[in-house]
Design a protein around this ligand. Structure first.
Ligand code: NAD
Length: 449
């Protein structure tokens, strides 16, 4: 492995930066520094740390344009989506600062306190590098932990710049950005002074992290992959639902954990829904994220596009019909067209695995029980949605085995609503008060007499 990390522009495939990987000795020194900074940071009051969080948010806000441009450059997403992500990150600091962590009296001299774990490793994925780091950094810091952030090796530039900006308002070594791939993530997870690992990424990586963290009994929060099903009920307004599903499936070129990844529709309505989705796909502009006309940017890497090509080709070989897209474009960059697939036999990999790309498999069903069964039949349990008359949809949504069931919506996440998966989609939750509690351990004082 080289000492440098080459970062590509996924819209061209060109290397745009070479940055140093954090080596083993350097990592050890940085963890030592974070551990040394911990007691001082933990001793400060929650209100004091909240003020620092607000300053972090302002810092990001002030550098909004610069961070957004960097994010589009390395990740590929359309600039207005990058701008939305950076703005949300600034807001996340401000909102997290409003959360409290006061000690609770349980009566008869018993007091419960929420104390920080110590040094926290925050390991982030490549799809939303800024916001998915900040959703860890902000609550971890508010709770009094010190943090080492490891962005994906595909998208480290915006995180490095954010780290520099936040260092201007945070005490030394309270937040450190380290750069590298799986080997660095593993070293971080296994380091004895790292007491918690907060991870967002794929199921196999989550499993490796859980196994490594288990040796040191570290607290873990794992936000893993999803294969969210949308179940459309008979009587739903197909044209309206098509618009909502298309948006929820194609956001960030499908590279969103809680994107719609498969659609179940009553067989008699399948053709109408397929055509409505195909119409939207034909109107979608695919191009570089820096181009204002672009709706859909490239996938983040050649590897990710290869994965999508592989699943779609296998679906075609199994009899799937590509109503739009379905072919890898020629030319530079990691583009893939919006693809609507139907006529699939049950249990193709495009139905059971996570495509993480701009591809919507539309699957017909005969009974609602069958749709629910198929929605629940993968290894994933992140989100799901039901579309139709609200009461009927709510009754079906109650039968989805997942962390968040939406009714006539999909993928909306809120700073004050906990988010997490069941089964292989994860352990623990992020966001809001419940997410903040993950960054703490309970300490009880029991005073008799
Ligand atoms: P990934 O698992 O390939 O990488 C994520 C991070 O883990 C990167 O920083 C990577 O370098 C690091 N890593 C790799 N091997 C490691 C190891 N052995 N130990 C420690 N760290 C290691 O994921 P990705 O491709 O960047 O992201 C896509 C996946 O993330 C999808 O499955 C998606 O659904 C999931 N995701 C989940 C959520 C959620 O909230 N549940 C949100 C966004 C993305």
């Amino acid at each position: 492995m080289t000492a440098q990390l080459a970062v590509e522009d996924p819209a061209t495939g060109e290397v745009i930066a070479r940055i140093a990987r954090t080596g083993a000795a350097e990592l050890a020194a940085k963890v030592d520094a974070a551990a040394a900074a911990f007691p001082g940071w933990a001793r400060r009051s929650v209100a004091d740390r909240a003020d620092v969080l607000r300053a972090c948010g302002s810092r990001i806000e002030r550098h909004h344009a610069e961070l957004s441009a960097l994010l589009t450059r390395e990740q590929g997403k359309p600039l207005r989506q990058a701008e939305g992500e950076v703005a949300l990150a600034a807001e996340w600091f401000a909102r997290t600062a409003q959360l409290g962590l006061a000690p609770e009296s349980l009566g008869a001299g018993v007091v419960l306190e929420r104390l920080p774990h110590g040094v926290v490793a925050a390991i982030a994925p490549a799809n939303y590098p800024i916001i998915l780091s900040v959703t860890k950094i902000a609550p971890a810091l508010l709770a009094g932990n010190t943090v080492l952030v490891k962005p994906s090796p595909l998208t480290p530039l915006s995180s490095l710049r954010m780290g520099e900006l936040l260092a201007e308002v945070l005490p030394p070594d309270v937040l450190t950005v380290v750069t590298g791939g799986g080997e660095l993530g593993a070293a971080l997870t296994g380091h004895p002074d790292v007491r918690m690992v907060s991870f967002t990424g794929s199921v196999p990586t989550g499993r490796a992290i859980a196994a490594r963290a288990a040796a040191g009994f570290k607290h873990v929060v794992l936000e893993l992959g999803g294969n969210d099903a949308a179940v459309v009920l008979a009587g739903a307004d197909i044209e309206h639902v098509a618009g909502e599903l298309f948006r929820a499936a194609m956001v960030n070129s499908g590279q969103f954990c809680a994107a719609v990844k498969r659609v179940y529709v009553p067989e008699p309505h399948r053709a109408e829904l397929v055509e409505a989705l195909a119409e939207l796909a034909r109107k979608t502009v695919v191009g570089p994220g820096s181009d204002a006309a672009t709706d859909l940017g490239p996938l983040v890497s050649a590897t990710q596009r290869h994965h999508v090509v592989d699943l779609v080709d296998a679906a075609r070989a199994a009899g799937g019909r590509m109503v739009t897209g379905g072919r890898r474009p020629t030319g530079s960059g990691y583009f893939y067209p919006p693809t609507i697939v139907t006529d699939l036999p049950p249990d193709t990999r495009l139905e059971t695995q996570e495509q993480f790309g701009p591809v919507i498999p539309v699957l017909g069903y005969d009974t609602v029980a069958e749709a629910v069964d198929r929605a629940n039949s993968t290894e994933f349990g992140l989100g799901g949605s039901v579309w139709g008359e609200p009461h009927e949809a709510a009754a079906v949504a109650a039968r989805l085995d997942c962390g968040t069931a939406w009714i006539n919506a999909h993928g909306d996440l809120r700073h004050d609503v906990p988010f997490g998966g069941t089964r292989n989609s994860g352990v623990g939750v992020e966001y809001g008060y419940w997410g903040l509690l993950e960054y703490t351990r309970i300490r009880v004082t029991n005073a008799h007499g």
